[in-house]
Design a protein around this ligand. Sequence first.
Ligand SMILES: Cc1cc2nc3c(=O)[nH]c(=O)nc-3n(C[C@H](O)[C@H](O)[C@H](O)COP(=O)(O)O)c2cc1C
Length: 186
Amino acid sequence: MSTLDIVGLCGSLRADSVNRMALNLAGSLMPDSMRMEVVEWREIPVFDADVMAKGLPPSVLALRDRIRRADGLVVATPEYNFSIPGAFKNAIDWLSRGEDQPFAHKPVAMLSASPGPLGGARVQYDLRRVMLFVNAMVLVKPEVFIGGSLAKFDAAGQCTDETTRKFVGDQMRAFDKWISAVKRMS
Ligand SMILES: Cc1cc2nc3c(=O)[nH]c(=O)nc-3n(C[C@H](O)[C@H](O)[C@H](O)COP(=O)(O)O)c2cc1C
């Protein structure tokens, strides 16, 4: 069986992002059948429909192509003001345009981490709503909200919390099965 190609997107641009740590954790706990590449999106400009009318910027085209080629997408994002970080939503908005937008029928798993107690629960429901509009196939359960994140990762970005490791590992195993189920449906 061929290895599933998974794209990882982090909703935070911060170098020491705890969501990037969570994303890396997901990558490390994936079954052997999956391999994740974390892909950057910081070059994507501010969305402007007048710019889009002249053609999609190269950074958008490249990311659209990378996501389209992937078997699945793992998103780890912080919550900003109870919702999706503006810069990340901007990137999603660019990617979402056109009949050939890359989220259509794409299996997606999401997780979030926050120093607060809810672990970004609210951002995930906003992101699920956006993913619904773009016809993505979002894994329902298990949901992963990493609250109190500052105590769960060490200075090297390694997760020191066994419960978090179990939840993230369970989610990645469920995502493996979800990708197979989506492939059978299509
Ligand atoms: C503009 C802004 C808004 C924030 N709003 C929330 C929020 O609504 N809920 C929450 O749990 N944390 C909130 N935070 C705190 C972030 O969860 C925290 O900074 C987190 O570490 C950011 O993720 P990162 O480490 O992956 O960059 C906010 C942070 C910023 C900068």
